[in-house]
Design a protein around this ligand. Structure first.
Ligand SMILES: *Cc1c(COP(=O)(O)O)cnc(C)c1O
Length: 426
């Protein structure tokens, strides 16, 4: 298996030579991955930030199975089906009807790609030319070309730099620079040529699970609105209780014009993305002019099976047991933070809802930092899937995790940070 994998499969984010070994997983249940070689690994990061209801969830599996027997696929142009309609209706309810329509696509990248295309199309429909975009420094919006352009510049997209469109990169806001950030943002917005502002609300994932405050985002969104710039909120990671509340939007006092969801949307079982559009955006498409029609669709748009997974996932979210466990994770993280603060060698701790991140002091920074690989391997060897982002260690667990599993994760992080000489107990 191992050798065949090496010879025939091209894995993402891994050098073809000298990269890390891809471990073969046979099955998974709850938060545990069972490897082909008989060993076990505790999943502390919800697989690739998607698995919210635990691995091998029987209710989710049942929902998918039933739907596959009833209707597995139907072309979504000219046809529709109950799971897509019900899911759309429920998602709009969850956002208190601040949005008026749901557009389906395939994953996180395409959900943001769709939002960006809709925003550009919106100005086209209104007969106004806007050619500029504002995004946050260090952003990650996915791997297709449009969203790569809106993402922070780095090793991931360097080979493509000549093919990416120009974007104003707004410095990541913090208490010290926020006045300056607002000033720059306002200047850009007032030039009248900005089509949209796209951002990961309250928490940037790939940049190192770093947070900024609802107040800051409220202010930025208001400035954008005042200058007729559309707001696009990429809630691909933050959606579905990742930040403790249903959405990052739950912390804000206004809503974006477009919002993107994926990752936990299907409970982490199947790929699907959605873009929710406000009536302001939808209105400009609301006519029978072919030039004002949105020509975008994927073969698997609104897969009935993915929609059924989404519906079952929402049912699980509506149950007290799920919400209690999310609350349990948040309060355990809060206590753990106090312990981590006792370590010398940590330069930043950010915590919001079910996510806690620790930035480890080091000379060299960035994704390819050497301590990243050291820590990753050390955690794997101890039986934990923790995947540092450069020098940032974070926990982003499935919501089914138990208190003792969480304790074992905090402990292994403490042990390895001290054991590898990266931190000291004081
Ligand atoms: C993961 C992620 C994406 C991309 O989603 P894919 O499903 O990997 O294409 C976009 N935005 C954010 C904030 C993400 O975390």
């Amino acid at each position: 298996m191992k050798n065949l994998d090496k010879s025939v499969v091209w894995h993402p984010f891994n050098p073809l030579k000298g990269g890390w070994e891809n471990l073969s997983v046979k099955s998974a249940k709850g938060c545990t991955l069972y490897l082909e070689d008989g060993s076990e690994i505790l999943d502390a990061i919800s697989s690739w930030w998607v698995t919210v209801h635990g691995h091998g969830n029987e209710r989710m599996a049942e929902a998918i199975y039933k739907q596959a027997l009833e209707l597995e696929h139907v072309i979504f142009s000219g046809f529709s089906h109950r799971p897509a309609v019900e899911l759309s209706n429920k998602l709009l309810d969850l956002f208190d009807r601040k949005f008026s329509k749901v557009f389906f696509s395939d994953d996180g990248s395409t959900s943001v790609e769709v939002a960006m295309k809709m925003a550009i199309h919106y100005w086209h429909n209104k007969g106004e030319e806007k050619t500029k975009v504002i995004a946050l420094e260090g952003a990650y919006h996915g791997d297709t070309f449009g969203v790569m352009s809106a993402s922070g510049k780095g090793d991931f997209n360097k080979p493509f730099s000549n093919f990416l469109f120009d974007v104003h990169q707004l410095p990541f806001p913090n208490e010290n620079n926020f006045d300056k950030v607002k000033q720059v943002f306002t200047e850009w917005c007032s030039q009248g040529d900005v089509a949209f502002f796209v951002f990961e609300p309250l928490l940037q994932g790939v940049a190192g699970m770093r947070t900024y405050t609802p107040n800051m985002l409220n202010e930025l969104m208001q400035i954008a609105r005042d200058h007729d710039v559309l707001n696009i909120a990429d809630e691909v990671l933050t959606g579905f209780y990742r930040l403790g509340k249903p959405f990052a939007h739950s912390y804000l006092n206004s809503s974006a014009d477009l919002v993107c969801l994926s990752k936990a949307l299907t409970g982490g079982l199947l790929p699907m993305g959605v873009t929710l559009a406000s009536s302001k955006v939808v209105e400009t498409f609301n006519n029978n002019d072919i030039n004002k029609t949105f020509y975008h669709g994927h073969s698997y748009t609104a897969s009935p099976i993915s929609c059924a997974a989404g519906l079952e996932s929402l049912k699980i979210f509506s149950e007290q047991k799920t919400l209690d466990n999310i609350q349990m994770i948040a309060s355990k993280h809060e206590k753990a933070e106090k312990e981590f603060r006792k370590l010398k060698g940590i330069t930043r701790i950010n915590r919001i809802g079910t996510i806690i991140s620790l930035e480890i002091e080091q000379n060299q920074s960035g994704y390819h930092s050497s301590i990243r690989n050291k820590l990753y391997n050390a955690f794997i060897n101890k039986g934990f899937l923790l995947r540092p982002l450069g020098n940032v260690v974070y926990i982003l667990p499935p919501y089914t995790i138990t208190e003792s599993e969480l304790d074992s994760i905090y402990n292994v992080i403490m042990e390895e940070l001290v054991g590898l000489g990266l931190c000291e107990k004081v």
